[in-house]
Design a protein around this ligand. Structure first.
Ligand code: HEC
Length: 221
């Protein structure tokens, strides 16, 4: 019993001495010293790597930055918009739905709204949005009946009718509250096509028979 206690005490003393020696030689972490610190583990302070645009003998041509191999194809093509501008960068209205450098949404769809774009939007809306929002956009999709989907927005609500195109684009991209993000599934041009089609749905909902020609009104009756 006595022996084991004295062994424990000597172990503790040796440990304390070792600790004191380590701190004495290596210093406290973060402490100031004139001499360079002893480095037990280099962590990531120094690493074998190429610095861009520097001479380096790793590659045969002696340069650290290499050109893409011939025939490389860009992953995304710049998009051309209504005003003919080409946006190649991430932070541009066509990619974010926002005015560059701000958090303000763009008012108007930057893609030219053509019959082809609307047809594409119709197609994509029916696939990606109608399960919840319904094919009419009134919030009565199939998930309401069988999926217990909580309060789906009615896209004909005045709040959404007066919303900017950019904000609807942003909602498709990132989702909103209980609605998930569709950015990962729906490419940028298709998102704008859907926005244009949502506008078509809203317009048709807001229309009155007074806007029809006399012939059309007669045909209705
Ligand atoms: C899985 C169901 C589901 C799908 C699919 C879906 N939405 Fe939604 N959406 C919702 C729900 C739920 C809300 C209400 C979110 C809230 O505010 O709680 C909503 C809200 C919205 C709003 C209103 C956002 C706001 O600011 O209040 C818009 C606009 C919208 N969705 C557009 C779309 C479009 C366009 C698509 C197709 C790309 C789509 N949604 C697909 C469930 C869905």
């Amino acid at each position: 019993m006595r022996d084991s206690i004295s062994i424990l005490i000597s172990l503790a003393l040796i440990g304390a001495a070792l600790g004191a020696a380590t701190v004495g030689i290596a210093g406290f972490r973060g402490g100031l010293a004139r001499k360079p610190p002893i480095e037990i583990f280099a962590d990531m302070n120094r690493q074998a790597k190429l610095r861009p645009q520097r001479p380096d003998d790793f590659f045969a041509n002696g340069v650290s930055s290499q050109l893409p191999p011939p025939g490389t194809v860009a992953r995304s093509r710049p998009l051309e918009t209504v005003d003919g501008a080409v946006y190649a960068f991430e932070d541009s209205p066509v990619n974010t739905g926002k005015i560059t450098g701000t958090t303000n949404f763009v008012e108007i769809n930057p893609l030219p709204v053509t019959p082809q774009l609307l047809a594409r939007g119709h197609d994509r809306f029916d696939i990606y949005c109608s399960p919840c929002h319904g094919r009419l956009g009134d919030g009565n999709g199939i998930t309401k009946k069988i999926g217990d989907m909580p309060a789906v927005a009615n896209l004909h609500d005045e709040r959404i009718v007066v919303m900017t195109d950019g904000e609807i684009f942003n909602t498709i991209t990132h989702g909103k509250n209980t609605m998930g993000a569709y950015g990962p599934l729906v490419p940028v041009p298709d998102r704008w096509a859907i926005v244009a089609y949502v506008r078509t749905l809203q317009l048709s909902w807001l229309g009155t028979t007074n806007e029809l020609t006399a012939e059309q009104q007669a045909a209705l009756k």
